[in-house]
Write a protein that binds this ligand. Sequence first.
Ligand SMILES: [Mg+2]
Length: 318
Amino acid sequence: MSDNRPRLDREQAIAAYLQYATRLPQIDPSVVPTATQHVSNLLAIAGQFDLIVFDAFGVLNSGKQAIPGAVTAVATLKDQGKRLAVITNDASSSADAIIARHRGRGFDFDRESLISSQQFVAPLMAGYAEIGLWGAMAPSSWPFDILPGQVHALGDDPELYDGVDGFVLIDSEGWTPNRQNLLEQSLMRRGRPILVGNPDICAPMGDFLSVEAGYFAHKAADMCGVMPQCVGKPYVEVFEEVMRRNPDVAADRILMVGDTLHTDVLGGLAAGIKTLLVTHGGFLDGYGDLEGLYARSGLRPHFLARAIGNGLEQADVA
Ligand SMILES: [Mg+2]
């Protein structure tokens, strides 16, 4: 992902998550904890868990940079024999490329530890056997050959939008207001399925929030009344994959760590696992009214920490 894409401010992003909450997984209120325990960092509660599942953006890294203390926290968990997994909605890259970037930041994750929403896009599309021609939100360099059917990258040609039978929104790199307008106008003329490979509204990119495919999907869906079909957090497939790869770990020994209530915490709660929300370097960095946000969203994490490696910053290896 690069820095030349549309931006949202945090209040706009929170408003969007709240506005579109009915399109997100619905949970029984009984799975939401009644109180949130504040902890110093992830290591303070690691003894309660055998498998730690990380969101990447806002937990491990902000933009290209590792969040201070995170490298030490992850290395310590690995030394303790904890199993580690990373769930990413960054469908722009291959799993190998994502792991390589994390290694470059100092995180020693195995290839098998990464679960990307990208791997669920093709199965989702395969459920629409009647659709032969798809229009995709993704840069032309994206590996369309892993997808079923015929897939055209959506650009600035209006005729392409009316000519496809379904849309798959994967990666907002290069997406522009003009392309979004073409998509919305085309869907107003004829509603068609909208599939989403990155349901995030936004992603923290260091000093700004980039607008991700989920936001554009919701805006487009508003034009035609079609319910977007999404894979990735907070939807169930990625969490089921974590459990499929770790069948011997009980759900109550799994912790989901994230920086966003409506993706990481909601997804963890829906999957029946414990949740840790972190703030520093992520979506809620400096946010002044977390309790108010919990009340407005009906969501709350089991644990809250400033960062997974809060207090461990000095131990990070340069
Ligand atoms: Mg995140």
